[in-house]
Each structure stands twice: as C-alpha cells, then as structure tokens.
Ligand binder design. Structure first.
Ligand code: HEC
Ligand code: HEC
Ligand code: HEC
Ligand code: HEC
Ligand code: HEC
Ligand code: HEC
Ligand code: HEC
Length: 681
C-alpha cells in the first residue's frame, strides 16, 4: 500500500483526520456521515427493475372470477389511491381538526374536490408556521388504522403524521418529534414499508425515492405467485394448453416455503439482505431478509403470526398445518370460519372443558384458545389520550389460556339476568381486572411500560377500576416523559450541545436502564467527548439489550480502529454486519481496516460490496479506487475513480476540483506503474 494512504484520502475528501474519524461515529450510525461528500449527480438509474410483473388486470383476462374475489380483499386494498367514497367522512370543517399533545402543533384535514389535504400548523421561535400536503396514497384497508402518504417533488414519498382510526372513528397521530421533520412532521417512507403493502414499485437510490409510474399498489396476485409475464405470454400463445405453465402455485411448496409466502410480510423479517423487492415465493426468506429476534410481543414490527403459530402443539404435532389451513388469501373475508378451522383436526370432545361449558359458548374454540389481545406494537396518540393500540390481534400460539376462558365466560354470564349469573359476572370481572393489573405491575417492573399500558387497557376493557385508571395515567405520563426526554436529547445533539444531551440521556437511563438506544447514544457521545473508557460499558450493553441494534458494535469497532487494533475492529464490525447485512458504512469500515492491515485485495472486495450497496457515495469509490490501485489493478482503479469524479462534478467546486486532481494523479501513478521495468506497489 502506498504510504500516507489515509492522509491522501482525507485530503481528497477535504476532511481533517479528526473529521474522518468522527463521521462514522457521530451523525447517527445509520444515517449518512454528518458532513457527507456532496453528491452533485444522483445516479439516475433505479435499483429495482421490473422482473416481469404485469398486474392483476392482466390476470383477469383468464382468471376473471379470482380477480373479482380478490378486488375487495384487505390485501388488495392495503395500499390505494384515495377515493371519495372510501375515505372517512371527517374531512370537514366540523370534524377535520386534530390538536396534538405536542404544544402548539395542530392539523386540519379537508377535502377539496377529489383531493384530500392535511394542513399542519405549528409555532416556531420565529412565529407561527403552516404547511400543506396532499394525501396521495392510503396505507391500510380501511379496517383498523389508515395512514396517509404524500408524494413530494420528484418521487420522494413521505408518511404524514395524522392517521385515521376506523374502530373508534377518530384522528390520531403516530409519535413524532417536533424538532425534526420538514414542516409537516412527516417521515420518510422506506422501501421496506412499501414492500409489504405493494406488489412492486420501482425504487431509486435514496431511502424514500420511488417511481409513481408502473407501481403495483396493494398485495396482489403476483406477490404470492411470482412475476406473471412469462405465464401470460405462454398461455396467450397456447390457449389450448391446460396444465399451467411458468407460474407458481404455492400449494406445491414444502411447508416452510409455503408459510414464508405469508411471512415475507407477516413477520419480523425486516432487515434487508438483498435489494428491496428481491424475494420471490419459493425462495428461502432468510436469503432476502434477516428476521429479528424479538423478546416481547410489543416490539414485534407486525403481528408475527408465524413465530407464534410455530410454538403451538397443533403446529408441532401436525405437519400439514400452515397459514392456509385457516386462511384463504383470495377472499374478502380471509379467515375460514373459526370453529371450522379447528374442526379440520379436532372434535369438541377433545376439549376437556367443553362438556362443562354453557351450551352457546362451546363453539368459541378460537376465543378461548387464540384470544385476541391488545398488541401495542402499533399505537397512536389521540386527543386526550396516548398509546392507543388501534386493534386487537389473535394469539396464534394456539394453547390453553385460563384467562381467555374466564373472559369468554364473563362475557356470557354478563348477558344473563339470573342472580347466580350476576354473581358469577362480578366474581369473574374482579378476577380478570386483578389479573391484568398484576400483569401491568409486573411489566412495569421490567420497564416494559408500553406492555404495561396494554395490560391496564385490558383491565379497563373488562370494567371500571380506580386503581387501573390511576395506573394508566401514571404509565402514559411516564412513557410520554421518556419520549419527550429522548426528543430533547436528539435535539440537543443536533444543536451541538453534547454535555446537555449527555445529562438528558443519563436521566432517561435512570428511569429505564434497559433501553438500548439510550446506551448507544450515550456511548457515542462519550466517545466524541474523548472518554472511550466510559463509553465502552454502554456500547457493550447495546447488543445485549437489543440483539437487532448494531450501533454499539459499530462504535466499539471504531474505538478499536482508533487504537490501531485493526483485527479487533474487524471482529466487532463483522458482528455488526451480521445484524445489518446491507449497511454500506460497515463494509466500508471493514475495508478501511483491511487496508491498514495491508490486505488490499480483501479490502477492495469489501469496498466493492459497499459501493454496490450505495452507488452514490464518492468516498466509498475513492477508497475502492485506492485499494484497487494498491493491488495493481489500475484499469478498474481508474474506472472507479472516474466514477467518483463524475459523482462530485458540478457540486461543491472546491471539492470537485480536489477529486478531479486526485483522479489525474491516480492516472499518472498508473502510467508510471505500467512503465516497463517498474513493479506495481
Ligand atoms: C392468457 C390466459 C392467462 C392469463 C392472462 C393468466 N393465466 Fe394463469 N393460468 C392460465 C391457464 C390456462 C392455467 C391453467 C388452467 C387453470 O388452472 O385454469 C392457469 C393457471 C394459473 C395458476 C395455477 C397454477 C398451478 O400450477 O396450479 C396460477 C397460480 C395462475 N394461473 C396465476 C396467474 C396470475 C397471477 C396471472 C396474472 C399475472 C395469470 N395467471 C394470468 C391462463 C392464464
Ligand atoms: C414486514 C412487513 C411490513 C412492513 C415493513 C410494514 N408493514 Fe404495515 N402491515 C403489515 C401487515 C402484515 C399488516 C397487517 C396487520 C399486522 O399484522 O400487524 C400491516 C398493517 C398495516 C396497516 C393497517 C392497519 C393495521 O394496523 O392493520 C397500516 C396503516 C400499516 N401497516 C402501515 C405501515 C407503515 C406506515 C409501515 C412503515 C413504517 C409499515 N406498515 C411497514 C406488514 C408490514
Ligand atoms: C396473499 C397471497 C395470494 C394472493 C394475493 C393471491 N394468491 Fe392465488 N394462491 C395463493 C395460495 C397460497 C394458493 C394455494 C392454495 C389455494 O389454492 O388456495 C393460491 C392458489 C391459486 C390458484 C390455483 C388454485 C385454484 O384455485 O385454481 C390460482 C389460479 C390463483 N391462486 C390465482 C390467483 C390470482 C389470479 C390472484 C390475484 C387476483 C391471486 N391468486 C392472488 C396465494 C395468493
Ligand atoms: C406483500 C405482503 C403480504 C403477503 C405476501 C401476505 N400478506 Fe396478509 N396482509 C398484508 C397486509 C399489509 C395486511 C393488512 C391489510 C390491511 O388491513 O391493510 C394483510 C392482512 C392479512 C389478513 C387479515 C385480513 C383481514 O380480514 O383483516 C390475513 C388473515 C392475512 N393477511 C393472511 C395472509 C396469508 C395467509 C398470506 C399468505 C398466503 C398472506 N397474508 C400474505 C400483507 C401481506
Ligand atoms: C388454526 C387456524 C389458524 C392458523 C393456522 C393461522 N391463523 Fe391467522 N387467524 C386465525 C383466526 C381464527 C384469526 C382471527 C379471526 C379473524 O381475524 O378473522 C386469525 C387472524 C389472523 C390475522 C388478522 C389479524 C389478527 O392477528 O387477528 C392475520 C394477519 C393472520 N391471522 C395471519 C396468519 C398467518 C400469516 C398465519 C400463518 C403463519 C396464520 N394466520 C395461521 C386462525 C389461524
Ligand atoms: C392441522 C390440524 C390441527 C388444526 C387445524 C388445529 N389443531 Fe389443535 N392440535 C393439533 C394437534 C395434532 C395437537 C396435539 C395433540 C396431542 O398432542 O395430543 C393439537 C393440540 C391442541 C391443543 C392443546 C394445546 C396444548 O398446548 O396443550 C389445543 C388447545 C388445540 N389444539 C386447540 C385448537 C384450536 C382451538 C384450533 C382451531 C383454532 C386447532 N387446535 C386447530 C392439530 C390441529
Ligand atoms: C370457554 C373456553 C373454551 C372453549 C370455548 C373451548 N375450550 Fe378447549 N380448552 C379450554 C381449557 C381451559 C382447556 C384446558 C383444561 C382442560 O382440558 O380442561 C382446554 C383444552 C382443550 C384441548 C386440549 C386437550 C388436552 O387434554 O390436551 C383441546 C384440543 C381443545 N381444548 C380444543 C377445543 C376445541 C376444538 C374447541 C371448540 C370446539 C374448544 N376447545 C373450546 C377452554 C375452552
């Protein structure tokens, strides 16, 4: 390797060495470096090319009945363009207002012709501000919560903060952070979100850049059957042929692959291993995603039916059971009538309880064995309350649940008028409320405040209880304080007030020492403050507390790197890369450590991966070009350098000049190296 490699790199990038070391640790691990090399020309190409999706209208040509069945299904409707008849009737001056619990932030929802609009009003130190966004897409089939999306500029998609809750017919907002955001507090819509709610979209480099044209909204046929182009072409050409050709019928898959057709969306398989929209039915899901291990159900990304189902004896003792044993994905009502689903394998007599139950309750197998619970992984703020789960979810670990039985019986006795039933109702209600309050206390003890809130709400769903009310108030306030404190800490970091931020996070940790994000951020700040020895214990805690959070490992690697312990750094980063398989920064960092270890060929391979993951980062390309040059691969080095040059061209003039000078000098080095008699470095 040429001497002064890093100095040269830092010079090319226009950063002091300090800046170079800082940018991966500061500036929030996942985000781009705080002061990124300016990219003048975003590459225009999209990163997902249509592999042959044709859309359900094309299937209708030969499968009209099937398509008609599916059209009204929650799958088809889960991402759609707003239509006047299908929107809540509250886009009016009387009911279109929502006042958030964040001081001074309010929203107005209104309709103008066929357009639906969300207006945001908020106060800033410079006075009141307002902004407006049109609702261009709706996420949600109109049964639970509908979330609204808005296109901005050239293909940037945002999630608006205000949602509609159908069960209680009210406006609500997802938690938002007033100090961030773009005037309307919207969030960038990620490809992973869109992947589970659409069949296919063209995705451009950049978190939330998509192409509107050609998007296949909703979960339609080809999402479960694979791209249909070849199938359609074949059968159009051979109308006489009956056995189907070139299309997947999932029923032919083995059990795991068949379940994965559903769990590509109905699970915690949320971290990409491959590009978005790469998974195809029939392939192992883990090739496309890393499934998160989740300790508690309130942290599930979506209701994770697959994991829970697998834990039940029904599933373990009968190899035929899959999701489609009980659900027909083509129907408007996707569930097979509940007791019929159990009747496929059980008779009422199998149940030790049934004979003792009042006659009308006996058929409620699902209510007792798959009870629906307030799963608070999704929660909203509404006027006057917070952390409201919009909907109940069915427990897919089929099993014996005494509390569910008591609930079913309580519901039954409550409807009876005789004295004995009334007494039974009172007894059961007291028992159930007591159970849920005890649950809430135990969860709060474990610092699972959100789960505790859900438990208290279960108690209150049975009946009024002053104790439960009081607990709810306390828990909601505690959780709000934690959220507000976190927002404040992030704000303080953004305003470059590290010592204030540190104090804030230390306070948060004294309330909840189990939060991995707090430890990660505090550790990062201590590193920046030059106190790595204080940071290390916090950074080590991160992955212990949350096995899906790689940021602690990332920064531990950086500390090792700074201490010139390159092997140790690589070890930490490799572990982090297990958790975040598609994070270009990690591949880049590993590449840099390999360069330090004078292993340029391996470094080039890593940097190549980093460049493939993010083709728009000149710093990666520059490092790659240098690594390739070190291996004597001058042709590729120059091609890569030229590409880095074209990315910066026309941006910050000083930087673009530096990069272009460097490209020239690389060229000269190449010519020298190629002179006969000279060996490559
Ligand atoms: C030009 C006619 C035509 C079009 C268009 C068409 N199919 Fe088919 N499809 C057939 C025929 C013919 C069969 C085989 C006979 C049958 O099952 O009806 C078939 C069968 C299937 C099967 C069952 C496969 C099996 O092995 O059992 C699936 C699944 C399927 N099609 C899905 C689709 C999807 C999804 C689309 C739209 C992307 C589509 N088809 C479009 C003609 C068509
Ligand atoms: C891993 C796949 C997946 C991802 C990623 C995903 N969703 Fe969903 N979404 C689902 C599934 C599955 C449901 C059905 C309900 C459930 O199981 O939680 C759903 C339901 C919904 C609903 C309907 C209401 C409801 O609660 O049933 C909305 C709205 C929604 N998601 C919005 C989003 C937003 C916004 C994002 C990104 C922040 C997102 N989803 C990311 C799979 C996903
Ligand atoms: C959510 C996943 C999913 C969606 C969406 C879906 N299917 Fe299916 N489809 C399946 C599964 C699973 C099977 C196999 C089990 C079965 O037969 O129900 C299947 C079976 C089929 C079959 C073969 C069985 C039969 O009835 O002949 C055809 C044809 C078919 N689907 C067509 C379609 C068409 C057309 C659409 C869109 C209008 C569609 N499917 C949407 C999952 C899906
Ligand atoms: C591409 C993602 C995706 C795939 C694949 C998928 N689902 Fe879904 N599913 C969703 C989303 C999103 C919703 C939520 C719809 C809503 O309410 O907005 C949903 C809703 C459901 C529901 C609830 C419907 C209702 O009545 O509210 C059931 C049941 C379901 N899916 C079962 C299945 C089964 C079984 C499979 C596999 C054969 C499957 N899904 C495949 C994304 C998917
Ligand atoms: C033994 C039957 C059974 C099996 C197997 C089963 N489900 Fe369900 N599922 C139900 C019942 C019953 C409900 C609740 C009734 C309803 O919502 O219609 C339900 C509800 C759902 C819902 C709606 C949201 C909720 O949780 O209430 C989704 C989504 C869902 N199931 C997905 C799946 C997926 C994915 C699989 C496979 C991993 C699966 N189910 C396997 C019986 C089953
Ligand atoms: C595909 C077949 C199948 C279906 C469908 C099915 N089960 Fe089972 N179930 C089994 C088998 C097999 C066992 C284990 C029996 C044994 O070990 O003796 C079992 C066990 C159980 C148990 C005992 C669980 C425990 O932890 O001890 C309950 C309760 C149960 N099933 C209820 C239901 C209910 C309710 C439904 C409908 C929602 C259902 N099952 C659907 C096959 C099935
Ligand atoms: C009111 C609640 C309730 C209803 C309704 C109910 N069960 Fe049960 N079931 C229980 C309880 C509690 C147990 C465990 C205690 C026992 O066996 O007495 C049980 C046990 C079982 C078992 C396990 C038996 C064993 O010894 O492993 C099966 C299987 C089962 N039920 C199936 C069903 C089916 C199928 C239905 C619907 C026809 C049903 N249950 C309806 C509450 C209920």
């Amino acid at each position: 390797m040429p001497p002064g490699f890093f100095r040269r790199l830092a010079l090319v990038l226009g950063l002091g060495m300090a800046g170079f070391v800082l940018w991966s640790s500061w500036g929030f691990w996942r985000a781009r470096p705080t002061k990124p090399v300016t990219v003048a020309n975003e590459p225009a190409e999209t990163i997902s090319v249509n592999p042959g999706y044709v859309g359900p209208q094309t299937c209708a040509e030969c499968h009209q009945k099937r398509v008609d069945e599916c059209l009204g299904s929650p799958h088809f409707r889960t991402c759609r363009v707003p239509q006047p008849g299908e929107m809540p009737d509250s886009f009016t001056p009387e009911s279109g207002n929502y006042l958030s619990r964040s001081a001074g932030v309010q929203f107005e929802m209104r309709q103008s012709g066929n357009r639906f609009i969300q207006q945001t009003r908020y106060n800033t130190p410079q006075g009141p501000r307002q902004s407006e966004a049109s609702i261009d897409l709706v996420l949600g089939a109109g049964k639970a919560d509908d979330v609204y999306l808005s296109w901005r500029g050239d293909g940037a998609l945002f999630e608006l903060p205000v949602a509609w809750l159908w069960p209680t017919r009210q406006w609500a907002s997802s938690h938002f952070c007033t100090s961030f955001g773009t005037g309307d507090f919207s969030r960038e819509m990620t490809a992973r979100c869109m992947e589970c709610h659409t069949t296919w979209m063209e995705h451009a480099p950049g978190t939330n850049l998509f192409r509107r044209e050609g998007a296949l909204l909703g979960v339609t046929c080809e999402r479960c059957h694979g791209p249909g182009e070849e199938h359609v072409e074949y059968h159009r050409l051979h109308p006489e042929v009956k056995p189907a050709s070139k299309i997947l019928n999932p029923i032919t898959l083995d059990r795991e692959r068949l379940i994965e057709v559903c769990t590509q969306c109905h699970s915690n398989a949320v971290t990409h291993r491959q590009l978005p929209w790469s998974y195809r039915p029939g392939n192992p899901l883990e090739e496309s995603y890393r499934t998160h291990e989740i300790a508690h159900p309130e942290n599930d990304h979506v209701a994770d039916q697959g994991t829970h189902l697998r834990a039940s004896r029904c599933f373990q003792n009968d190899s035929s059971m899959t999701c489609i044993t009980c659900h027909d994905p083509h129907q408007r009502e996707t569930s097979v009538p509940a007791s019929a689903a159990c009747a496929k394998c059980h008779q009422a007599e199998d149940c030790g309880q049934v004979a003792t139950l009042p006659e009308p309750v006996r058929g409620q197998c699902v209510e007792c064995h798959m009870p629906s619970r307030l799963k608070i992984n999704i929660k909203f703020e509404v006027e006057g309350d917070n952390f409201i789960p919009p909907i109940r979810r069915s427990q897919h670990r089929i099993g014996i649940d005494e509390i569910a039985r008591d609930e079913v019986l309580w519901k039954w006795y409550r409807q009876q008028t005789d004295e004995q039933s009334q007494a039974e109702t009172a007894r059961l209600s007291e028992r159930l409320i007591g159970h849920w309050i005890a649950q809430a206390e135990a969860r709060a003890e474990e610092k699972r405040f959100m789960a505790a809130i859900a438990a208290v709400r279960e108690a209150l769903a049975i009946g009024e209880s002053p104790k439960a009310r009081e607990m709810l108030k306390f828990l909601v306030e505690a959780q709000e304080i934690l959220y507000a404190g976190w927002a404040e800490a992030l704000n303080q970091i953004q305003q470059n007030k590290p010592s204030e931020a540190r104090q804030t996070i230390e306070k948060l940790l004294s309330i909840d020492p189990t939060n991995a994000d707090y430890h990660a951020k505090l550790g990062t700040m201590l590193v920046i403050d030059g106190k790595p020895e204080l940071a290390i214990p916090h950074l080590v805690r991160v992955v212990e507390l949350d096995p899906n959070n790689a940021s602690g490992l990332g920064i531990l690697g950086r500390i090792a790197f700074r201490n010139k312990k390159y092997d140790a750094a690589i070890e930490q980063w490799e572990q982090a890369a297990q958790i975040e398989p598609r994070l270009p920064q990690l591949q880049y960092d590993i590449g840099m450590a390999l360069l330090e270890l004078k292993r340029p060929a391996e470094a080039a391979a890593r940097l190549e991966i980093a460049a493939e993951m993010d083709s728009a980062r000149p710093d990666i390309l520059i490092a790659l070009a240098e690594a390739l040059a070190s291996t004597g691969n001058w042709d590729r080095a120059i091609a890569t350098a030229t590409r880095a040059g074209s990315l910066t061209e026309g941006g910050d003039p000083e930087q673009s000049q530096r990069v272009s000078d460097w490209v020239k000098s690389l060229d000269e080095r190449a010519q020298k190296a190629r002179q006969p008699g000279k060996s490559t470095p």
